[in-house]
Design a protein around this ligand. Structure first.
Ligand code: FMN
Length: 202
């Protein structure tokens, strides 16, 4: 990738990992990215739970999420398949789904679009735009692995949220930063959240 995306679609689904999404969106906003955001229905529930937001409605959860991320975004509901990002003629420079449920991985990999997040993945692939998926499940079944391979072969970059311990994280935030940094790097950003390996300390 030559230069980092100036505009980005961010899908947040109902896989565990809302803190990764907050950290990622905050970093993208800091980088001056124009953001289009869509939380799936399950994403709303998981974000509300994992961020302990104390609110449940889509509008309230989305606002609290953006507040936590210190970011602004064009926000669309997952059933709005008329949104600009549903078309290749008005698609951002890149797309990321973080965290990405195995259901969303499968829909994107198989092209069986049901929501705006699936459609954004579909459009990114058909238009040849960078698409980064951050899938989370464990253990992974053969079905999960097969669909991840399908998505990779179709052009998606799979960034599994697997914090490395070689960077000697001291806090949970350090581990979250590590994953967010890997996603930023996969999108083409220069980033400092995930420190480069500089060899063993002697
Ligand atoms: C608290 C919670 C955590 C979940 N974690 C995961 C997960 O890590 N990975 C996953 O694939 N699904 C997870 N699920 C299930 C998904 O939310 C469910 O499959 C949903 O249908 C995904 O829909 P979506 O892709 O539209 O968000 C979780 C559900 C809940 C309530």
């Amino acid at each position: 990738m030559n230069k980092p995306p100036a505009s980005l679609f961010v899908g947040v689904t109902g896989a565990s990992g809302a803190p990764y999404a907050v950290r990622l969106v905050r970093a993208l906003a800091d980088a001056g990215c124009e953001l289009t955001l869509c939380l799936s229905d399950a994403g709303v529930a998981v974000v509300a739970h994992e961020l302990e937001l104390g609110v449940t409605g889509r509008a309230e959860v989305t606002a609290a999420f953006l507040d936590a991320a210190k970011a602004q975004a064009h926000v669309y509901s997952p059933d709005d398949l008329t949104a600009p990002v549903a078309s290749g003629s008005n698609f951002p420079d890149a797309a990321v789904v973080c965290p990405c449920s195995m259901s969303a991985v499968a829909h994107i990999a198989l092209g069986t679009t049901r929501t705006l997040i699936h459609r954004a993945g579909d459009v990114a692939l058909k238009e040849g735009r960078p698409l980064v998926l951050v899938p989370r499940e464990t253990p992974l079944s053969e079905i999960h692995l097969a669909r991840l391979l399908d998505a990779r072969r179709a052009g998606a970059v799979i960034v599994a949220p697997m914090p490395g311990f070689y960077s000697l994280p001291r806090t949970l935030d350090d581990a979250i930063d590590f994953v967010a940094g890997k996603v930023l790097a996969a999108l083409g950003f220069e980033q400092r959240l995930s420190p480069p390996w500089e060899g063993l300390h002697k």
